[in-house]
Design a protein around this ligand. Structure first.
Ligand code: TYC
Length: 103
């Protein structure tokens, strides 16, 4: 190799992988007081679900005690939980949702 040759080193350093931000599950909980139609209305208005999907998610919570509504970024999950519970509070219903980190 002469002095003018450039020795090309293979790039061996790999970029450290950035951890993906954790996803959050929005969970809907059953109660004995909130009307079914109101729950479906909330799922349609806040979570942009169709009538059919909203009804299915509501019935899952009604029968099993809880249902996953959506999995998304933390800030979106928390904002939607607050929005849904604010609507319910305003209407005088004890509807409960939470945002929980995925395992
Ligand atoms: N259990 C309620 C009723 O029978 C309906 C309901 C369903 C409430 C799902 C909350 O997350 C819920 N009126």
């Amino acid at each position: 190799m002469s002095d003018n040759d450039i020795a090309l080193k293979p790039k061996t350093k790999s970029k450290p992988k950035l951890d993906r931000p954790k996803l959050y599950k929005v969970i809907l909980f059953n109660d004995d007081y909130t009307p079914r139609e109101f729950v479906v209305m909330i799922l349609k208005a806040v979570f942009r679900m169709s009538e059919e999907t909203g009804y299915r998610v509501m019935m899952t919570a009604h029968k099993l005690g809880s249902s996953v509504v959506v999995v998304c970024a933390k800030d979106i999950a928390e904002t939607k939980v607050k929005e849904a519970m604010d609507y319910a509070k305003e209407a005088g219903f004890p509807l409960m949702l939470t945002a929980e980190p995925e395992e």
